[in-house]
Design a protein around this ligand. Structure first.
Ligand code: CMC
Length: 427
């Protein structure tokens, strides 16, 4: 029997269809509500609102499950590469060997930047945040690469051009901001090795590619590659729904990711741990501050809108943290603080009752720091990883016959009608 929901408003009964997803999640379809009753729903932050049907990523926040196109994140982190996972997200299938080779060739071919784009960086003030620069650069790509044809082959090239160039842009931003000579991409290196080389190779000490670090970076980017309808992905879908070009749409996603409650949390975690270390705060004091509703302090890297258990990405990240730190022979005092904070929070009733567990950002900053990535580049690293997800979600959105321009309603709470008062009469 098809399920329905019944709603009684102003004495009128409305029967609303129920939609069921492939994993059994259910939604009440309220599309006829306003037309039938004049009412709208009220759901700030969209906590109870499904805005699309999607076959890209499945999350179960209660059980701590995350899958891309059906494949568990743990399997992808162990066996896949970032380039292969990007292909999986965008096309829906794992690539054949031929497809993967072709993808790698395009990622290499597209990696240099238009020389005129370099001038962008040089004109930014030295303290400019790289997320602001990245968002502007990606938006500028529309002018440098205007040919956006509807042909599938051309669009596939556009996706790969974005994935390839964002990595060059990020490394170039770092080199220019630190006054170093730009290192150009090398065609003989894979995606992650190329990035590390562009970041850390220099005229004095040539960079030695380390397979463990390349693997760690692959895992880092795989873990960030998609996370269904989060803040930045919703920004991508909303902006894209106005039919703006893909570059401007992705640029909006980057801006949304920058915030400390979202992708900026990895930088915020390190700043928090650094402050605790510098000021000699005790773990007990931090936990008390995080629990105090009159104190704006939050335990950054803790809590999630969907996960009500340990974030599965955080589990993998925590393990990777040990690998990278021992590889780099680093003894990071911030790691000790993080571990103590985690232990104290997980046994505290406030955190237990509110289901606040470490999320992906809790350990990712420590991993990036150990790799030598500067703190203000952390959110850029997240953005590079999330790009295949944004592209997949945008692609799904534009092809979906059910989708319309995003245009929510509101409950107006301002003044009722009043007359204009000439300035001389305003008192
Ligand atoms: N420290 C202390 N208390 C917290 C925290 C925290 N990190 N997170 C949530 N709470 C409390 C919050 O004060 C609220 O308490 P009350 O019910 O008494 O008002 C309750 O838990 C629910 O929090 P919320 O802010 O209503 O939950 P949300 O779903 O709107 O927000 C969140 C989710 C991730 C924004 C929030 O947990 C947070 O601010 N965490 C810290 C920032 C962070 O780590 N963000 C990265 C998220 S994962 C990366 C990504 O995918 O973006």
């Amino acid at each position: 029997m098809t399920e329905h929901a019944k709603l009684i408003i102003d004495g009128k009964e409305l029967t609303l269809p129920v939609i069921e997803g492939s994993q059994g999640e259910k939604a009440v379809d309220i599309r006829s509500l306003r037309q039938e009753t004049g009412y709208i729903t009220f759901d700030p932050g969209f906590g109870n609102t499904g805005t699309c049907r999607s076959s890209i990523t499945y999350m179960d926040g209660e059980k701590g499950i995350l899958r891309y196109r059906g494949i568990p994140i743990e399997q992808l982190a162990e066996h896949s590469t970032f380039a292969e996972t990007a292909f999986l997200l965008i096309t829906g299938q794992l690539p054949t060997q031929d497809e993967l080779t072709r993808t790698s060739v395009y990622l290499n071919d597209f990696s240099p930047l238009h020389e005129n784009m370099k001038a962008f960086y040089q004109n930014y003030p030295p303290q400019a945040h790289p997320m602001g620069i990245l968002s502007a650069m990606i938006n500028a790509m529309r002018s440098f690469y205007p040919e956006l044809m509807d042909l599938e082959e051309e669009m596939n090239k556009t996706y790969l051009r974005l994935i390839s160039k964002i990595r060059t842009m990020a490394a170039m931003a770092y080199k220019i901001s630190t006054g170093q000579k730009v290192v150009y991409p090398r065609p003989d290196l894979c995606y992650c090795a190329n990035f590390l080389n562009m970041m850390f190779d220099n005229v004095v000490v040539p960079y030695r590619i380390d397979d463990d670090l390349v693997k760690a970076l692959n895992v880092f980017w795989i873990l960030h590659a998609d996370h269904e309808q989060n803040c930045s992905t919703t920004a991508v879908r909303v902006v894209g729904s106005g039919k703006v070009n893909i570059y401007s749409t992705i640029s909006a996603g980057i801006s949304a990711l920058w915030g400390p409650l979202h992708g900026g949390a990895n930088q915020a975690v390190i700043n928090m741990l650094g402050k605790i270390h510098k000021e000699g705060l005790t773990v007990k004091e931090c936990i008390a501050k995080a629990k105090d509703s009159n104190d704006p302090f939050r335990l950054m890297g803790f809590g999630h809108r969907v996960y009500k258990t340990y974030d599965p990405r955080a589990k993998i990240m925590k393990k990777m943290c040990d690998v990278v730190l021992s590889k780099m022979r680093i003894n990071d005092p911030l790691l000790n603080i993080a571990q103590e904070l985690e232990e104290a929070a997980l046994s505290d009733s406030y955190f237990k009752e509110k289901n606040l567990y470490p999320n992906v950002d809790f350990y990712s900053g420590i991993v990036l720091r150990a790799m030598g990535i500067p703190t203000n580049m952390f959110t850029v690293m997240f953005a590079i990883g999330r790009l295949p997800g944004w592209i997949s979600q945008w692609k799904e959105d534009v092809a979906d016959p059910e989708m319309k321009i995003s245009r929510p309603r509101q409950i107006y709470s301002g003044s009722t009608k009043k007359d204009y008062i000439p300035i001389e009469d305003r008192g």
